[in-house]
Design a protein around this ligand. Structure first.
Ligand SMILES: [Fe+2]
Length: 287
């Protein structure tokens, strides 16, 4: 089956959110939604999420799932905000527990912060499937960028999150805690083993040198032959060497500190204090 895929590009974080619709019904899933956050003022905004909600309502869609490809470090998830308005179950990879454990320590969260993934409605593992109306999705565990990264293969389309980017841009970084370039290389081989005509939708785009527009759709076949990091002729050792060298030069994403604290809670803010005020922490010299 060929799902109908509508993309929403967020300029502030270069994130692409997708609405994936059953071609024979009105069911859909929303993948990797964005809650806008202005770090300098500490203010959230729902403009990006409201666009997706308006689209879903205009099209008369039923939201079955709010899927996260992983705990994002560059943007806040709007999944709970969207869920409150149009429904859907929030799903992520079962290794979220590892991510919660790691960052529970980094942010010195108390025992009230559960590290069992219970903030999410569903934890997926390799081989699990989900239904969007009549449309079936299969889950691949594709760690490397983070331990909890999933690829959702829905009909003929694979939503790869931060594993592969567009062929001319390459792959995602692997230097966050729990990341591994060798693991990412192995995960990418799983994606490349899908049929060549499989459509691939990537979680971010930054344009590549010589390209003027943002893009987010390619195919397994194109990745195999053209991906500058893992396409034909690039072996694992060369990839690991390239990836680790390059990652050492990259700055942390602007929103990593608020993103992790919110996304490891399934997109919820930390509990408010006695006055009802919400605070995020900045751990000094820890990330
Ligand atoms: Fe990411």
């Amino acid at each position: 089956m060929k799902p109908e895929v509508t993309a929403f590009f967020d300029n502030a974080t270069n994130t692409i959110s997708f609405v994936v619709k059953d071609p024979e019904g009105t069911s859909c899933a929303i993948i990797d939604s964005v809650l806008d956050f202005d770090y300098s003022s500490g203010r959230t905004d729902t403009k990006s999420a409201d666009e997706v909600i308006a689209y879903v309502r205009d099209q008369g869609l039923t939201v079955e799932w709010l899927l996260e490809s992983h705990v994002h470090a560059d943007h806040l998830s709007a999944a709970p905000y969207i869920q409150e308005r149009v429904g859907g179950k929030i799903g992520i990879g079962e290794n979220i527990t590892l991510v919660q454990d790691t960052f529970g320590k980094v942010f010195n969260e108390g025992t009230e912060f559960q590290r069992d993934g219970s903030q999410f409605d569903r934890l997926f593992k390799e081989g699990d499937s989900l239904m969007i109306g009549q449309l079936r999705g299969d889950v691949l565990h594709t760690p490397g960028h983070t331990p909890a990264c999933l690829t959702y293969v829905i009909g003929d389309a694979a939503f790869v999150g931060d594993t592969l980017f567009m062929p001319d841009f390459g792959t995602a970084r692997c230097d966050f805690p729990g990341g591994s370039s060798e693991t990412l290389y192995n995960s990418i081989q799983k994606i490349l083993a899908l049929p060549d005509e499989t459509r691939i939708f990537v979680g971010h785009d930054y344009k590549a040198p010589g390209r003027d527009e943002y893009q987010w759709e390619t195919t397994v076949g194109a990745q195999k032959t053209q991906n500058i990091h893992v396409g034909e002729g690039k072996d694992k050792d060369a990839f690991v060497e390239m990836r680790d060298t390059r990652d050492a030069t990259l700055a942390m994403p602007k929103l990593i500190i608020p993103s992790l604290q919110v996304n490891m809670r399934a997109g919820q803010m930390p509990e408010p204090d006695e006055q009802g005020d919400v605070f995020l922490k900045v751990p000094v010299n820890k990330i």
